[in-house]
Design a protein around this ligand. Structure first.
Ligand code: HEC
Ligand SMILES: [Cu+2]
Length: 358
């Protein structure tokens, strides 16, 4: 992306980065964020210079020596309109520009690969769909849109990667998300940017951006044997969710196959889109939204499942196939750059987990 930015700007960014005054631009959105940032700095500098020049020239031109007797000036509508309309225009440009960027940062593309992140005092725990866990580090491939689903298990945290120009709050009890596409392999800082207690300053880590090949190797070398969805499948059985949710015709709960991404009608007549946040809420606060046609018999699982466990259940439900079995490709090739479509051909479905096991 940076190749389309003007030469002077590239020089400026390199210079600032070299003197450790500015993080490198390592994501697709970074040069766009910086363009707005530099525009705002430029407008401020021009305004500052203008004000200083006016103060200096007025204090010389209208000093007591030159004008011993004060004159009454009634004002000028034209002048006032000018200094209102020009700043208004400039601020509106910043507003629209900022809003467009905001929507880009918070609207992940449909083909983004999803990684789950839990913030807690004082560390970041990362869960990959393939079952790889990390603490205070995040491995991602270059050139692939990555969406993070964030949550905190205690207090407010804020997940920030300065080199990518992204930051998002990790909030207890609610999923938030952010996405980026890394452009340059390397290791970058990961911070918590919300004061969250004594060891807040140690809630830091590394984001490692790898080439697709290296990332594939890393995935294979870090596997825990089970994908996140497989962990979810086990949890689903051990918590007896399958007593009510199964593919039998007389099941007491709704069939969860295909529920993810669908539009559900609630008992109140409202319809809702089923996303990660909806699934989490349905598991932890089942009485809050009752699905039409069902009685509210589902018990709450509040306090019984860790946030990682909820991630696993969500990932399992997302990948359910008609017979409550998993779509087994999810931890390998499907996630990798160059395979943007996301859906692997049917014949490949069984090959998934074995490929990464050593
Ligand atoms: C006692 C039976 C029962 C058990 C056990 C149960 N559920 Fe449910 N579940 C239901 C019923 C009935 C509904 C529909 C009414 C509602 O929304 O509460 C439901 C709704 C849901 C929904 C909302 C989606 C939809 O289609 O309505 C999700 C997600 C869900 N359950 C997941 C789970 C998970 C995960 C577990 C285990 C941790 C679980 N359930 C355990 C009965 C159950
Ligand atoms: Cu924190």
């Amino acid at each position: 992306m940076s190749h389309i930015s003007p030469v002077l700007w590239q020089f400026l960014v390199k210079w600032l980065t070299n003197f450790k005054l500015f993080p490198p631009e390592a994501s697709k959105i970074a040069p766009q964020m910086d363009a707005l940032y530099f525009f705002m700095v430029l407008v401020s500098l021009v305004g500052l210079t203008l004000v200083i020049l006016l103060i200096l020239s007025f204090s010389l031109l209208y000093s007591k020596k030159r004008h011993p007797v004060a004159t009454q000036i009634e004002g000028s509508t034209l002048l006032e309109a000018t200094w209102t309309i020009i700043p208004l225009g400039l601020f509106l440009v910043m507003f629209v520009w900022g809003a467009l960027l905001y929507f880009r940062v918070y609207t992940p593309p449909a083909n983004a690969m999803n990684i789950y992140v839990v913030g807690k005092q004082w560390m970041w725990k990362v869960e990959h769909p393939g079952g790889q866990h990390e603490i205070n580090s995040l491995h991602v491939p270059v050139g692939r849109a990555v969406q993070l689903t964030l949550i905190s298990q205690d207090v407010f945290h804020s997940f920030s990667i300065p080199a990518f120009r992204v930051k998002r709050e990790a909030i207890p009890g609610r999923y938030t998300s952010v996405w980026f596409e890394a452009t340059t392999p390397g290791t970058y800082h990961l911070f918590c940017t919300q004061y969250c207690g004594t060891n807040h300053s140690q809630m830091i880590g590394d984001v490692v951006v790898m080439t697709p090949d290296d990332f594939r190797k890393w995935l294979a070398g870090s596997t825990s044997g089970n994908s996140l969805a497989q962990n979810g499948e086990r949890l689903f059985a051990s918590l007896s969710c399958n007593a009510c949710h199964n593919s039998k015709p007389d099941a007491r709960g709704p069939n969860l196959v295909g529920v993810y991404g669908s539009r559900l009608t609630l008992a109140t007549g409202q319809s809702v889109d089923v996303d990660d946040a909806y699934l989490r809420n349905a598991i932890l606060n089942p009485t809050q939204n009752i699905t039409q046609g069902y009685t509210p018999i589902m018990p709450t699982y509040q306090g019984q499942i860790s946030e990682e466990g909820v991630f696993a259940l969500v990932e399992y439900i997302k990948n359910l196939q008609s017979d409550y079995r998993l779509q087994q490709t999810l931890n390998t090739t499907e996630l990798l750059p160059g395979n943007e479509g996301g859906t692997a051909p049917a014949g490949k479905t069984a090959a998934g987990p074995e490929e990464v096991k050593q």
